[in-house]
Design a protein around this ligand. Structure first.
Ligand SMILES: Cc1cc2nc3c(=O)[nH]c(=O)nc-3n(C[C@H](O)[C@H](O)[C@H](O)COP(=O)(O)OP(=O)(O)OC[C@H]3O[C@@H](n4cnc5c(N)ncnc54)[C@H](O)[C@@H]3O)c2cc1C
Ligand SMILES: NC(=O)c1ccc[n+]([C@@H]2O[C@H](COP(=O)([O-])OP(=O)(O)OC[C@H]3O[C@@H](n4cnc5c(N)ncnc54)[C@H](OP(=O)(O)O)[C@@H]3O)[C@@H](O)[C@H]2O)c1
Ligand SMILES: Cc1cc2nc3c(=O)[nH]c(=O)nc-3n(C[C@H](O)[C@H](O)[C@H](O)COP(=O)(O)O)c2cc1C
Length: 600
């Protein structure tokens, strides 16, 4: 340290990043070096890297981004938006925000208070802040990336300066993230976009930082790291596995029970269970064979470090699906004429069909000899991600166990039988007494009504029944007196009536007050749960007037949208409201926490 320049001692209450930043700033302020020399080097900036994440994707990307910013000489400070304040944001000069969307286009759990404060009418303007938003979402949902969009609009309305355009990212994350990261870093390193760091504002920032311990980086504490999570799952023993569908059915849905007795894992009815799947060993063997590799080759595989190619393909990489990114990289590497042709803008529809109908194995077989270094393949493939399942048990009624209800994905395309990674793992490749890695994904917005007397209307066709089985058992075990109305739908009553005996027994006993079923393929014309809702519109409306909460679970692409439309229609017809007023009524239900959706 040069003489005369003050510095922050190692025992001062700052994170290493904050200390480095403060020392840098102090050096800048007190240094007698001529201004021209300082201007020659690229300014090192403190950058707040903030994330709003529920299942860890945005958090993982935030950490990746921070690593890269550090490598570029900047000083990133990573923090979750849970417990973060807009005042802390206003004190930053640059913030990069990665935000996912949940519920009905809302913020992830715990982030809402931050956003509500930011939206207060007289919140001070943030003209000194440069920012960029990376919005994570899933196009299956009606409100695609809405929270990231809302955050972006609000910051812009407060006068903050966008560094680059927001990216709204669907489930294929790698390519858009890499594009956004490149844009952001280019803008940060571009002297013209970097906001001038007036010594006065830097000094002001230092005093705020020193006096505001809340600005300390919110890195997870050691205890959190040790608790059971996606990165540190519990290996739970499978204690029950049975078919819920008849062998003659056109689909297979299975019930699974895992023991969590004497473990640190706990959950609430309404939560989901995350499962870390592994790929089918036959498919892994076929891929290795097509590459003429034996699987013992050492590869670097992200967070998992050095491992064998066999282990990477089995546990860490998504090997069943293709994407435009994979096809592009593979085609360019191998100069595969047919694939390069598919990548032309005018062939978009053909490329989509190619990617939808095939997996990695098809491309390796159709265009052999492209990969000679296993590391190239590892770099091309996305990570294998956990799968979520709505828990179908109640922690009170089924102490020491977690139940799930899984529809098995099987289909045939391009002359090959294929299956979903996790659902076929459950169906074909695990047996009772096997141990599987799981964790809990809390779903705080999907809970029983706080009033034990309040009526509940549950609409859950197919595997959508799962959380409602949990709710019904929980309410019965807790002695809740509120009425319960269940809508269930499946293909056929004879072969697909999931948990039939349990539900009909609860109905006979009066615990399920009303039961309406819609077996879509038992007659010529399709009948769905929303048809039953409309047939019982008067009664449905009376339950709403009595304070009922409405819950919907299952398919997001079609069912949830149609059920939503049916709910609006009931409010219009039975409540005598215009379309606009019906919408307001349903919005009010949401505000009162009386309309909840767990859709996928
Ligand atoms: C909050 C939440 C709760 C959930 N709860 C449940 C639940 O209770 N029960 C349940 O069963 N699932 C549930 N899911 C879905 C579950 O997480 C998995 O997505 C599902 O089991 C499929 O995973 P998989 O690994 O078997 O299939 P994947 O390997 O992920 O394969 C699925 C993919 O296969 C492709 N595919 C499927 N059919 C075809 C076809 N005919 N032609 C071409 N391609 C096709 C599609 O690309 C599809 O995305 C839930 C999801 C979420 C987000
Ligand atoms: N590819 C596969 O083999 C496969 C297998 C299982 C599940 N899945 C997917 O996994 C998810 C959950 O599946 P699931 O087993 O829970 O059941 P599901 O596929 O959602 O079906 C449950 C019931 O809902 C009906 N349904 C279809 N469209 C509807 C709509 N617009 N409104 C209301 N009801 C509707 C189905 O009828 P019909 O089917 O008769 O139209 C069936 O009776 C879905 O997203 C589904 O696409 C795929
Ligand atoms: C229960 C649930 C609800 C979701 N709702 C939405 C939604 O309304 N809009 C959207 O674009 N994405 C929605 N998603 C998708 C997530 O935003 C997406 O998977 C994101 O990558 C998750 O990021 P995270 O792991 O950081 O939480 C939802 C996902 C789940 C599991």
């Amino acid at each position: 340290m040069a003489a005369g320049i003050p510095f922050i001692p190692d025992n001062a209450p700052f994170t290493p990043e904050q200390r480095a930043w403060l020392n840098g700033m102090l050096a800048g302020i007190f240094s007698s070096a001529p201004a021209a020399t300082a201007a020659e080097s690229r300014p090192s900036r403190r950058i707040a890297v903030l994330y709003a994440s529920q299942s860890g994707t945005a958090e993982g990307l935030a950490r990746k981004l921070a690593k890269e910013l550090k490598a570029q000489g900047h000083q990133p400070a990573v923090s979750t938006l849970v417990g973060y304040t807009p005042a802390a944001l206003a004190a930053e000069s640059c913030a990069l925000i990665l935000a996912s969307t949940y519920g009905d286009g809302e913020a992830p759990d715990g982030v809402r208070p931050f956003f509500e404060q930011l939206c207060l009418e007289h919140f001070p303007r943030m003209e000194k802040l440069s920012y960029a938003v990376f919005a994570l979402g899933d196009r299956h949902y009606e409100h695609f990336c809405k929270f990231g969009q809302d955050l972006d609009s609000r910051l812009a309305a407060l006068g903050a300066n966008p560094l680059c355009s927001r990216i709204d990212c669907d489930i294929d994350i790698d390519e858009p993230f890499s594009q956004w990261k490149t844009d952001v870093i280019a803008r940060l390193n571009d002297a013209s976009s970097a906001r001038p760091h007036a010594q006065q504002s830097a000094a002001k920032h230092i005093s705020e930082t020193i006096s505001d311990p809340k600005l300390e980086s919110k890195e997870p504490k050691q205890e959190t790291l040790k608790s059971i999570s996606r990165d540190n799952p519990l290996f739970a023993t499978l204690v029950e596995k049975r078919n819920l569908t008849h062998p003659a059915s056109t689909k297979t849905t299975i019930h699974l029970a895992f023991s969590i007795a004497e473990t640190a894992l706990s959950y609430e009815a309404g939560d989901a269970c995350g499962v870390i799947p592994k790929n089918d060993s036959n498919l892994v063997a076929e891929i290795l064979q097509s590459l003429r590799l034996n699987g013992n080759e050492q590869v670097q595989c992200g967070k998992s470090g050095t491992t064998t190619l066999h282990d990477a393909l089995t546990h860490h990489l998504q090997i069943t699906r293709l994407s435009r990114k994979i096809v592009t990289e593979y085609a360019k590497k191998g100069q595969c004429a047919k694939l390069l042709d598919l990548l032309l803008p005018e062939q978009q529809a053909k490329l989509e069909k190619y990617v939808y109908d095939r997996g990695l194995i098809d491309m390796l077989i159709e265009h052999p000899g492209v990969i000679d270094d296993p590391a190239e393949l590892v770099a091309m493939l996305p990570k294998l991600t956990p799968r979520l399942y709505s828990i179908s048990s109640s922690p009170v009624a089924h102490a020491g166990e977690i139940h799930t209800t899984v529809a098995v994905i099987r289909y045939r395309s391009n002359n090959r039988d294929r299956g979903g990674v996790c659902s076929t793992l459950f169906a074909d490749r695990v047996s009772v007494s096997d141990r599987l890695p799981l964790y809990i994904q809390p779903n705080k917005k999907f809970r029983l009504p706080s009033d034990s007397e309040a009526p509940m209307i549950m609409i859950g066709p197919g595997t959508g029944i799962a959380p409602f089985r949990g709710f019904l058992y929980e309410r019965r075990a807790l002695g809740h007196k509120g009425r319960n109305w269940l809508f269930f739908g499946e293909r056929s009553a004879e072969t697909d009536y999931l948990y039939r005996e349990e539900i009909e027994a609860m109905h006979t006993q009066g615990h399920v007050t009303r039961l309406d079923t819609a077996f879509s393929r038992d007659q010529d014309d399709k009948v769905y749960v929303q048809d039953r809702m409309l047939q019982n519109a008067g009664e449905f409306w009376r339950w709403l007037q009595d304070g009922a909460s409405v819950y919907v679970c299952g398919d997001a692409s079609y069912m949830a949208k149609d059920v939503h439309a049916a709910l609006l229609r009931i409010v219009e017809i039975e409540g005598g409201k215009s379309a606009e007023n019906a919408q307001e009524y349903v919005n009010a239900l949401k505000e009162q926490h009386r309309y909840h959706r767990d859709v996928y």
